[in-house]
Design a protein around this ligand. Structure first.
Ligand code: SF4
Ligand code: SF4
Length: 473
């Protein structure tokens, strides 16, 4: 099917030319109200991103994503492999929250909070502007032959990019393996941990590749969230949008003539200056309508507002607006779809809070030894053998641990002595026997409840099954 004329722009992306080669973008340096707001939000988030793995709360790293050991700390709260279900629910809550926000406010996350945008636009791009100058100067420099000036500017830029990529890689590693571990490796010297050093070099190379070369392609080609826009956005979503009704009017957009009375000419308010295209970091023309490539960075809003000011027309030709707002003048409304997301979020948050309240500092598991049967010990006692596993999720050691039967009269005998300790964030495993008097057994398989004590304090309870002969039913 042939693409309609007004949709032809969707057949290609701004970063690939007709020969299929990379079309390098030189976005003009944005200035304006939104850019200033974004700068402050970005600095705050950058400070948070760089500091979070080095801050500790009650001895726990503020944020840690140790995927290899399946240990995660969120806002200083530790999640163990045993808490993985909690972590998964939290991730689902995060995804529903992002979907809800996207349906309501479009890709606001991409423009204001995404680490890719923040590092690209507020760190690497700003260094580029500082060393190479704005759009025009960058284009000239790239066309220029490799003379001393070009070597100096490009060399300085690439060196600084590499240093920053190395710093980001170290912070990334601190998120992955924990900052304590990272400091230990630094102290031991890089050659003492060659595999970690190799990971660090690979991360540095990846970050350098992304920010020095791949750039906006991450948002356009690689990011799965960007691809979801088509199904998440609707005419009520508030996005960075061009007011096509006002911009085009009956006569369409046209260049501005000095002292003209624009309203009387029937021409649209868009003076076709191209500034919104020149500032766009993904190389699109917002006047074509909502596009997958738009990361809602607001640079075109600032650029257009400045032009409107110069030609004495009202600002907001490009603004945060929904399609319904532009075509029908509708304000934001709580649609059934949004209400549905809020309801799902509330349910998930309720489940998560309940599970957090029920979560213990100690995780205990007592399981019958696979394949084992009960044993008679003398005339009146039946014994079953078990393995146990205790996890101390706290950052202090737990001492004088012993087991007691809570549901039946009987004994618990450990192969090693009761009264042992588990180190902070440690694990204790072993074998134990549960012995019940035959009079206390009501069936051939029943649940027994076990209390785990530290001194006199009951710190956890767990249940397991106890086998006995059928005749005791
Ligand atoms: S910056 Fe505004 S006036 Fe200029 S081309 Fe873009 S929409 Fe039209
Ligand atoms: S169209 Fe505007 S908001 Fe979207 S990426 Fe380009 S400059 Fe940013």
């Amino acid at each position: 099917m042939e693409t309609p004329e007004n949709e032809v722009f969707r057949d290609s992306i701004g970063t690939i030319n007709e020969d299929g080669k990379r079309n390098w973008l030189y976005p003009k340096k944005p200035t304006g109200k939104f850019y200033d707001y974004r700068k402050w939000v970005s600095y705050g988030l950058l400070a948070f991103l760089l500091a979070a793995p080095f801050i500790k709360i009650n001895g726990n790293q503020f944020i840690m994503m140790n995927v290899l050991e399946r240990r995660f700390n969120i806002f200083g709260f530790p999640f163990w492999p045993q808490d993985f279900h909690l972590f998964v629910i939290m991730m689902i809550i995060g995804v529903v929250f992002v979907i809800f926000f996207t349906v309501a406010f479009g890709r606001i996350f991409c423009g204001w909070m995404c680490p890719q945008t923040i590092f690209m636009e507020m760190v690497f791009r700003r260094i580029e502007y500082w060393i190479e100058g704005d759009r025009g100067k960058q284009i000239r420099l790239d066309k220029q032959k490799w003379d001393a000036e070009k070597i100096r500017k490009k060399g300085t830029k690439w060196f600084i990019f590499a240093v920053i990529s190395f710093i980001i890689a170290n912070v990334f590693l601190a998120y992955l393996i924990g900052s304590d571990q990272l400091f230990k490796y630094i102290k031991d010297g890089p050659l003492a941990h060659l595999s970690t050093l190799l990971s660090l070099i690979i991360f540095t190379a990846v970050f350098y590749f992304v920010f020095a070369w791949f750039r906006e392609q991450v948002c356009i080609i690689a990011c799965p969230y960007g691809r979801l826009q088509g199904v998440l956005l609707d005419d009520k979503s508030i996005i960075v949008a061009y007011d096509h009704k006002r911009g085009e009017k009956e006569e369409g957009r046209a260049l501005f003539k000095k002292n003209e009375d624009r309203a009387a000419t029937g021409k649209g308010d868009c003076i076709d200056c191209g500034q919104c295209v020149q500032v766009c970091p993904t190389g699109i023309d917002i006047r074509n309508g909502t596009q997958l490539e738009c990361v809602n960075c607001t640079a075109c809003i600032d650029a257009c507002d400045q032009i409107m000011e110069k030609v004495d027309l009202p600002k907001g030709l490009i603004r945060y607006a929904s399609e319904d707002n532009i075509t029908k003048g509708n304000k934001f409304e709580w649609t059934p779809r949004l209400k549905g997301y809020v309801a799902v979020l509330a349910i998930l948050l309720g489940i998560f809070s309940g599970m957090m309240l029920l979560r213990n500092d100690v995780e205990a598991r007592v399981l019958r030894l696979p394949g084992s049967l009960y044993e008679h010990k003398g005339e009146d006692v039946i014994s079953n053998v078990y393995t146990y596993k205790l996890v101390n999720k706290t950052i202090v050691s737990i001492d004088d641990i012993h087991f007691k039967l809570l549901s039946h009269k009987g004994d618990i005998n450990l192969v090693k002595n009761q009264g042992f300790s588990i180190a902070k964030e440690g694990l204790a495993e072993g074998t134990l026997f549960i012995e019940l008097e035959t009079g206390a057994i009501k069936g051939d398989k029943e649940r027994v409840e076990i209390g785990i004590y530290s001194g006199d304090d009951l710190i956890e309870t767990t249940t397991t099954s106890f086998l006995g002969p059928r005749s005791y039913k």
